[in-house]
Write a protein that binds this ligand. Structure first.
Ligand SMILES: Nc1ncnc2c1ncn2[C@@H]1O[C@H](COP(=O)(O)OP(=O)(O)OP(=O)(O)O)[C@@H](O)[C@H]1O
Length: 258
């Protein structure tokens, strides 16, 4: 809890990142509360994946600080960070392992000597939530792109991290699975107070399932806040397209003008 009484789980302050001499992130600053679902938005190449990789310590920013649960990530060992942060990369590959074993591996940061009943139980629970039970004994390298995507998300969810980073988790998924995955991410975030930071391109899915929106532009946070941030002016400035933002049966939707 900080001095304002808000329970911040992630504080990103002044993060600057360069690939060689190219500045990608230029003073990124935002805070996220425990249990929130946050969409990171921006055009291709805006630096969204780079930002997730900085939060997961895959990349090291040149400047700035990142606090998770009030710990500076620079002071956390790999296994300590793995208990706090789960990461689903943009491209996953399946290996020669059953889906059940692959998902169970997500419990690794929690396993001391041997797999516990709790580890097995939560693996079953998440497989069920994502409708993956029938795939449990299939080999991960024999799954379709979408099935594998769901298995990789399941592996991150069983980890029960405090912060879950998901890079375009609905890529490869059909419309039903897109909704199912986003609904599961949201439900788990709320029921287990896990904060989910989700890189998204689909503004309507983002609107439907997120509490907060962070729009990146030119290496900075261009706009940040609740659903009101998703408006025609910000979308024009960030994506360069004209849209209508309307309500359909009480659901806010973004529709391109042409
Ligand atoms: N390893 C790398 N070396 C050099 N440049 C890189 C590297 N990885 C990414 N970039 C560049 O950094 C910029 C930001 O990339 P990043 O993947 O973070 O963008 P993004 O917002 O996630 O894009 P997308 O929506 O297309 O996935 C891009 O211009 C990209 O070409």
């Amino acid at each position: 809890m900080n001095y304002t009484g808000v329970d911040m789980i992630l504080c990103v302050d002044g993060v600057e990142f360069h690939y060689k001499s190219r500045k990608i992130l230029n003073g990124i600053k935002f805070n996220v509360e425990r249990g929130e679902v946050v969409s990171i938005l921006g055009i291709n190449g805006a630096g969204k994946s780079t930002l997730l990789k900085c939060i997961n310590k895959i990349l090291k920013p040149k400047k700035g600080t990142i606090l998770i649960d009030n710990f500076d990530i620079n002071n956390l060992e790999g296994y300590e960070l793995a208990k706090k942060v789960g990461y689903v990369p943009q491209r996953a590959s399946g290996n020669y392992m059953t889906v059940f074993d692959m998902v169970l591996l997500g419990r690794k940061p929690h396993i001391k000597w041997d797999v516990s009943e709790r580890d097995i139980e939560i693996t079953h629970e998440i497989l069920k939530l994502l409708n993956l039970e029938d795939y449990a004994l299939r080999y991960a390298n024999e799954l379709s792109g979408g099935e594998l995507q769901k298995a990789v998300i399941a592996r991150a969810l069983v980890q029960e991290p405090q912060v879950l980073l998901l890079d375009e988790p609905t890529n490869n998924l059909d419309p039903k699975n897109q909704l199912e995955v986003m609904r599961t991410i949201r439900n788990i975030s709320k029921s287990k107070s896990i904060t989910s930071i989700v890189v998204m391109h689909d503004l309507n899915l983002a609107l439907r399932y997120s509490d907060k929106f962070i729009m990146l532009k030119d290496g900075k946070v261009y706009a940040e806040g609740d659903k009101s941030v998703i408006n025609p002016e910000n979308i024009k400035a960030v994506y360069g397209i004209d849209v209508y933002v309307e309500e359909v049966k009480g659901i806010k939707v973004v529709v391109p003008v042409d």
